[in-house]
Design a protein around this ligand. Structure first.
Ligand SMILES: [Zn+2]
Length: 394
């Protein structure tokens, strides 16, 4: 992996670290337009200042400059937010639990998605996008990301608001482990345990200690997060490019298209589109395709971990993974998506077969270790829940 910290990647790294959960809100309350500096903005600003301080200590002037740009010009983000609200007004209300806009009040979160979109569009040789899809977030549901058609011709991609925080936590843990066994690192094990429990119990991992990475590891973190974010966004773009949607009935004016449950073939097709897009992007900057594979594969691997933990918390058994609420039934099980990814990568890069398998081994080992380190805590929580439930029933 090349040492590289151009502005875009720096912004993405910081952005992911700052992709915060917000105020607890009842799921169907329409979002209030934000004016002035609320507590959330203050929190975001504080974190941004902390990042700036770290960057200054490390004499990383590019990061300092990038943060300064955002700190100085919040107005352009407010305008983007207002434009988006105007555009999806009406239709958005029928999307359960959707918060619009995508935390446009958080400039860095917006920067993450905007950069992901730019990366994908840059890698998209066919230039099929006249208009970039709109982004939204949701606090609920059992998905990580999904796309809706807003008739007649707009698309809204909705992300679980914890998606990028989670990805950033697990990617940092992956890099901090540095290819060695996690069992030598009690600090990392604590973060795995706390991260899983925070996600399962509170749906929020923002208070979990993310390992601080420096130097080469920090730039790898930027690279992996670009690939993971890009892959997730690009998978959704894949549904748009693949025309997986029912056409609109334009007589009725703007409305949100029907619930999207694609068949598994379409999911594999979207995965393939996303992987190819990220390879295309990486090729331009001279990145190793095996590193792209590693990042995407790690994203699937930690999702398997979440599936497993979710299964324990809902059924008390880790053998019920496919039925867990965290794995969307319209999507192939994560394990099969991983297998498909490896097959695809091996077909594309037959000479790298051995390195691809080594990368796979690495992600699988770490996922295994993380689960071994955390499973007893998850089972403890399940047992507590059982006690509470039986007490309530009496
Ligand atoms: Zn999909």
């Amino acid at each position: 992996m090349r040492l590289d910290s151009n502005l875009q990647r720096v912004v993405i790294t910081i952005g992911c670290a700052l992709f915060l959960g917000g105020a607890a809100q009842s799921p169907r309350t329409p979002p209030e337009p934000k004016t002035g500096v609320g507590w959330l903005e203050k929190l975001q600003r504080d974190r941004l200042l902390l990042e700036r301080q770290w960057a200054a200590e490390a004499r990383d002037t590019k990061t300092v400059d990038a943060i300064d740009v955002v700190l100085k010009d919040p107005l352009k983000w407010q305008q983007a937010r207002a434009d988006l609200l105007a555009k999806v007004a009406g239709g958005a209300k029928s999307l359960a639990q959707l918060e619009l806009p995508t935390k446009y009040e958080d400039p860095m979160a917006y920067a993450v998605l905007r950069n992901a979109a730019s990366v994908i569009e840059a890698g998209n040789a066919r230039k099929v996008f006249d208009v970039r899809p709109l982004f939204g977030t949701s606090t609920g549901g059992t998905f990580h990301a999904l796309t809706r058609l807003v008739c007649p011709s707009d698309y809204v991609i909705v992300f679980h608001r914890q998606l990028f925080s989670l990805a950033h936590l697990f990617t940092s843990l992956f890099l901090a482990a540095d290819g060695r066994s996690m069992f030598m690192r009690p600090d990392l094990i604590a973060s795995v345990q706390n991260g899983l429990l925070a996600y399962l119990l509170e749906g929020n991992v923002d208070n979990v200690q993310v390992p601080r990475l420096t130097g080469k590891r920090q730039s790898q973190d930027g690279f992996m997060m670009t690939v993971i974010t890009g892959f997730v966004v690009s998978h959704e773009y894949g549904h748009i490019i693949g025309k997986h949607f029912k056409p609109c009935d334009t007589k009725d004016g703007p409305e949100i298209g029907g619930d999207l449950r694609f068949d598994q073939a379409k999911e594999y097709s979207a995965d393939a589109t996303a992987f190819l897009q990220m390879l295309e992007w990486a090729k331009k900057d001279g990145y190793d395709p095996v590193d792209v594979f590693l990042a995407v594969d790690w994203q699937f691997a930690f999702n398997e971990l979440l599936d497993r933990a979710g299964a324990v918390m809902t059924t008390g058994s880790e053998e019920t993974v496919p039925e867990s609420p965290w794995s969307d039934s319209s999507h192939p099980y994560t394990r099969f998506r991983r297998e498909y990814l490896l097959t695809l990568a091996t077909k594309l890069f037959p000479k790298d077969e051995e390195r691809l398998n080594t990368a796979r081994q690495m992600t699988s080992n770490l996922r295994y270790e993380m689960w071994q380190a955390a499973r007893f805590r998850v089972f403890d929580e399940w047992n507590k829940k059982k006690v509470i439930n039986s007490t309530v029933r009496r």
